[in-house]
Design a protein around this ligand. Structure first.
Ligand SMILES: [Fe+2]
Length: 279
């Protein structure tokens, strides 16, 4: 962790998910996540619900255009930009309509644009069960390169590392006291892995599962409890196969708390049993 980075706190705020049939995703997230959709034109929809908002755009299926993290203060945003420039990181214009002028983007080693900004408006509808947008995860061929970038250069704190035969196979990063707002798993290619919505407790997990059951959306993994983060979870898949996680009880860690280490095995990823192993 770079203690001097002005990043902290910067919770995950929104992202843009693409599809060659965005109407199918808009329909799924409207019904499945209880979100209100507003078409913005040029093939872009803003979806908002209780504590959650993101964009669905026309583009290649199962791709994410950017992940956006919110800072609460324009002065700290300026400090962060200077800190990143000092790290030799190129600054790009903000691609997100949700952050206005007080925002900029950078690219991580896998080419993912990360946007940092002060929210311009915060359109949050009241609909749906509790579940605020909380973290996003990507697969990568080189988790150690990702760790060096996010931890050593950006200033994310490492919460947990998973090792496979001495090599880093997964790494969890926090940008506020919640266990992770971003994570990376080793896989055979860099790609979007999943997005997660944090609820208020176990009974919400039940209610969400009943809700998806009524919609005939089967649970894809879980319910279970992750080792890193200690959160209760299950996942479903949207019509393109993107994985959506419903979570509860995610661990909180102060900024200075040291990371922990885990073996690469099913029990780590699901303390209750079977796990989705990316590698
Ligand atoms: Fe997750």
């Amino acid at each position: 962790m770079t203690a001097s980075s002005p990043l902290w706190p910067a919770p995950f705020h929104h992202f843009r998910l693409n599809s060659d049939r965005p109407e199918a995703l808009v329909d799924f997230y409207t019904r499945g996540l209880g979100m209100t959709a507003r078409e913005r034109g040029d093939g872009l929809w803003l979806l908002s619900g209780a504590g959650r908002r993101f964009l669905v755009g026309r583009g290649a299926r199962e791709t994410v255009s950017y992940a956006a993290y919110a800072l609460d203060d324009p002065a700290r945003l300026d400090d962060l930009q200077r800190h990143l420039e000092g790290q030799g990181i190129g600054i790009e214009p903000n691609p997100s309509p949700l952050f206005g002028n007080a925002a900029f983007a950078i690219r991580d080693p896998d080419g993912l644009p990360l946007v940092f900004g002060v929210p311009a408006d915060d359109p949050v509808a009241a609909g749906g069960l509790p579940g605020r947008l909380q973290h996003i995860v990507f697969a990568t061929t080189d988790p150690e390169r990702i760790r060096r970038f996010y931890a050593d250069r950006l200033g994310y704190a490492v919460s947990d590392k998973v090792f496979d035969d001495g090599a880093l196979s997964a790494c969890f990063f926090r940008s506020d006291e919640e266990h992770h707002s971003y994570a990376a798993f080793r896989a055979d290619a860099a790609r979007f892995d999943h997005v997660a919505f944090e609820t208020t407790g176990w009974m919400d997990i039940r209610d969400w599962a009943d809700h998806f059951g009524a919609l005939r959306v089967p649970l894809w993994w879980g319910p279970g409890r992750h080792g890193p983060g200690n959160n209760l979870f299950f996942m479903v898949r949207d019509p393109d196969g993107n994985r959506v996680e419903i979570s509860a009880e995610l661990e909180r860690m102060p900024r200075s708390m040291p990371h922990r280490e885990w073996p690469h095995e099913e029990h780590t990823l699901n303390l209750w049993g079977r796990a989705w192993m990316r590698s």
